[in-house]
Design a protein around this ligand. Sequence first.
Ligand SMILES: Nc1ncnc2c1ncn2[C@@H]1O[C@H](COP(=O)(O)OP(=O)(O)OP(=O)(O)O)[C@@H](O)[C@H]1O
Length: 584
Amino acid sequence: MAIGGTATRREFRGFLALATLVGVLQGLALATTVPVLLSLHHDDTGAAWGWLAVLGLVAAAGGTLLTRVTMRGFHLAMNVIVAMHRRLGQRLVELPIGWFTPATTGRTSHVAVRGTMFVAQTAMDILVPLTLHVVTPLTVAVTTCFYDWRMGLALLAAAPVIWLSATLAGRRNGAAERRIHDAASATNSRLLEFADKQLTLRSAGIEGTAYAPLDDAIDEQRRAGRRALWSSVLGLVLQGFVVQAAFGAAVTLGVYLAVRGTADPVHVVALIGLCAQFSGPLKILAELGTALRRSAVEVGAVRDLVELEGLPEPATPSPPPSRHDLVFDNVTFGYGEGLGKDSEPVLNGLSLTVPHHSMVALVGPSGSGKTTLTRLIARFWDVQEGAVTLGGTDVRELATDDLMAQLSLVFQDVYLFDDTLEANIRLGNPGATDEQVRRAAEFAAVTEIAERLPDGWQSTVGEGGRALSGGERQRVSIARALVKNAPVVLFDEATAALDPTTEAVVTESIRLLAGRATVLVIAHSLATVAQADSIAFLDGGVVVEHGTHDDLIARNGRYAQFWRSRESGHHRLDKAGASKGEQP
Ligand SMILES: Nc1ncnc2c1ncn2[C@@H]1O[C@H](COP(=O)(O)OP(=O)(O)OP(=O)(O)O)[C@@H](O)[C@H]1O
């Protein structure tokens, strides 16, 4: 319950205390049946009625408190769900953007839905019965001591053995539940991937529901489920056996005492009835323990997510810089953990300067690190060695909001929300006037999209912008970047061939930005390269050549080769053409 915060923890303790009190009252009500029976046996009807009244009062108090405890459990569950969702939401905005992959998104949705559902169930369906099923038999055992200390002690001595067997069974089941959880998370991720990649799968001729990674994940989930079922059945059998053995031992002891004449046989019969109330609830203790562990696994997964390390925010952030030159100073970065041998650095001590309000084009073979380089500026991830500075300030020293306010990102995978065309542009600058939005849209040739769509600017673009073509989506994202009017623009030109309008918009918007913002563009077209103040040619995670177009042509190195090969054949630098195999 720590996950719900301090207030929830206090509420939880009160809830458990109340549930314990209900358990004690239920045990006392059961124990009161013994004097009722004995009074009847001794024909003392007055005492029998008296004890019956006590029994009624205790049972009524227990029932009333049980209603209260159930209500409290409900409130507690709701509070924890809200607290968990809040913390989860908070954590998601703090995580580095690079953390979000289809696998982690699948895991998150699984955890957010199942984890919270389990918490709600834990308080209501598990914790109350579990507390009652422990406290009531213990109260019965203690009160038995008052009637016959020998039989009472026998019950109390059995308690740790029963507890141990319940714990062992629960632990086994907990491990099985963890496997089910992992398998279900994996299936969830594969399912999302399967839905998301339908186009790719179908174009690869993989039709229907046959998709090996998903089938494997479902098989693993089935196997884990079967193992968990066996584990749970074995636990129940073990628990039932131990409890029956304890009950049998208490009955045998009672009979022995009666036969030896050291206990009244009627007394013993009444106590055997009470012992049955001791063993009944304990039989399903293992089952409840399993449910609790299952819940703990789900809650643990939420906690793991909540405790993931977010992007470290500076304790005292530097003020937003007034100049906007970008410097990569000896930057080393790899996607794995640390810089161990399992994590080949993608950038190897790379240094590059993009002066204030200048434009640098990044070119180079596929996989040379161009995308990675631009994303380090926006702190999708942090560098492992060296530094990325903006206006002389390390990007890690800036508050994330301040940093993002300086940047406009025009990436190929920029997401359009299932909202209106206008709202998607305004996202770049929520405070922009209608006039500013329309001007940016006009420049990025989005106006003609609005004119074509039935509801104009108010037309919704569908989830991820699916109502628009790839080129149109890029135009909307350019309009979004233009309306933001940020001093630094990171531009990833589309690698796929664009329609002529979009191609012209890309060229024009880059021309517009030149001199007004610091622009770092991953260039795939010669038209873009030609507009840059300088060109950095990347290979193997380092800048192998950097200079103006004329300088680099005169040097007759890698860039000159690339330029000639593009000029003589293709107009675009597609990925295949720029691959390492073919010298650019
Ligand atoms: N999220 C990621 N996790 C792990 N490795 C990655 C990730 N993104 C990129 N890489 C690896 O980093 C290397 C550089 O990739 P990057 O995308 O930066 O190159 P690029 O020059 O932009 O390539 P392209 O022109 O094909 O887009 C590649 O080997 C790639 O496989």
